[in-house]
Write a protein that binds this ligand. Structure first.
Ligand code: ATP
Length: 271
């Protein structure tokens, strides 16, 4: 029987237009994933190897998953998403098997992006059971699979973490997750884009000023902004279910309810 109930292969529908801000992160990931998948001969001709693993790190809710989905779509690649805590909380031996099966599947459906969310949960395996070397073995299995990717091009591994400090340094050695891409909280311009993205299908009253909302939401990450937009609509509907347009005051109310993820302490942590 399979160690994983199922491995879902998706063709993501997220495109760059759905990802607000994060211009630098987008650029590095295009170079690291789209270039080699679309033009492998260029890398051969220039005598360099394409990166096998990319590590996205940064605070929660900033768009790491979105970026991974978008790059798969833009590269015309399949997408397999693996939730770290699910994969790395299995009975002894099962995690390794699940990793092997995931890579096997990825090779079958190449080009393919394999996305490991919350990769730091490998480290959290330590202390989870009596065998303290479990996490080491699981990590080794993952790294062995990545080392084996050498000849089998077209499988790229992207991992994400909110807690880069927990990662085993072995993970970021050359030939493994050797591209580190910071996915941080959006600046004012980025927040403006994200407000636009999450209100694009919402009827807005004349007085709604997204520029203003962007300028007063320092510390709000993408997921927070999405929550603000959803909350504004809910507040308006609760007030009057027949309302036709969302007004600025609904957004102001929503901002009181949804608090920013980023405080100064957290920002410093990732610097
Ligand atoms: P975590 O580390 O907690 O898994 P994450 O960084 O992977 O978070 P996502 O899952 O990509 O964050 O974001 C959650 C949701 O927040 C997205 O589905 C999207 O709706 C919204 N969101 C986050 N960042 C952005 C962004 N830059 N542009 C548009 N929407 C965003």
């Amino acid at each position: 029987p399979s160690a994983l109930r199922e491995i879902f292969v998706e063709m993501p529908s997220v495109s760059w237009d759905d990802v607000g801000g994060l211009d630098e992160a987008k650029h590095s990931i295009v170079e690291a994933v789209e270039w080699p998948i679309k033009n492998p001969e260029k890398f051969l001709q220039m005598g360099i190897k394409a990166p096998k693993g990319i590590l996205l790190y940064g605070p929660p809710g900033t768009g790491k998953t979105l970026i991974a989905q978008a790059i798969a779509k833009e590269s015309n690649a399949n997408f397999i998403s693996v939730k770290g805590p699910e994969m790395f909380s299995k009975w002894l031996g099962e995690s390794e098997k699940a990793i092997r099966e995931t890579f096997k599947k990825a090779r079958q459906v190449a080009p393919c992006v394999v996305f490991f969310d919350e990769i730091d949960s490998i480290a959290a395996m330590q202390g989870m059971d009596t065998d303290s070397r479990t996490s080491e073995r699981v990590l080794n299995q993952l790294l062995t699979e990545m080392d084996g990717l050498e000849t089998l091009k077209d499988v790229v591994v992207i991992a994400a973490t909110n807690r880069p400090n927990l990662l085993d340094p072995a993970i970021i050695r050359p030939g493994r997750f050797d591209r580190l891409v910071y996915v941080g909280a959006p600046d004012r311009k980025g927040r403006m884009r994200i407000f636009k993205i999450h209100t694009k299908n919402t009827p807005l009253a004349e007085d709604v000023d997204l520029e203003n909302l962007a300028s007063i939401t320092d510390g709000y990450v993408g997921a927070d902004i999405e929550a603000v937009c959803r909350e504004a609509v809910m507040i308006a509907l609760r007030e009057n279910f027949d309302i036709e347009k969302i007004e600025m005051r609904h957004f102001r109310e929503a901002l009181k309810k949804v608090k920013p993820t980023i405080s100064e302490n957290i920002a410093q942590f990732y610097e």
